[in-house]
Write a protein of this length. Structure first.
Length: 89
């Protein structure tokens, strides 16, 4: 498992809760493998993770924007575009 670029501790990214956590890849679908490779994932409380995948597109975009910003702090915007092919900012 690749270390997350978003978090150092195993707790919910949104609430800080430390129980019933799922790993959430910030970029999914065809971008999931790249998200795993570059550590673009967070811990989410299970109910929030389900909500995110079921219906909450606004929250999904907020997480993607935050992850892109962090990725670009570490690498660059050009590298983000080369890896993920789309800007979420």
């Amino acid at each position: 498992m690749t270390k997350s670029i978003m978090q150092d501790e195993k707790k919910c990214f949104l609430t800080g809760c430390e129980e019933r956590l799922d790993r959430h890849h910030c970029f999914h679908g065809a971008r999931r493998k790249a998200a795993e490779k570059y550590g673009c994932w967070i811990w989410l409380r299970r109910d929030l993770h389900r909500e995110l995948h079921d219906q909450n597109k606004e929250l999904d975009r907020m997480i993607q924007r935050a992850c892109q910003e962090r990725f670009e702090e570490i690498y660059s915007h050009e590298e983000f575009m080369a890896v993920f092919g789309k800007s979420y900012l």
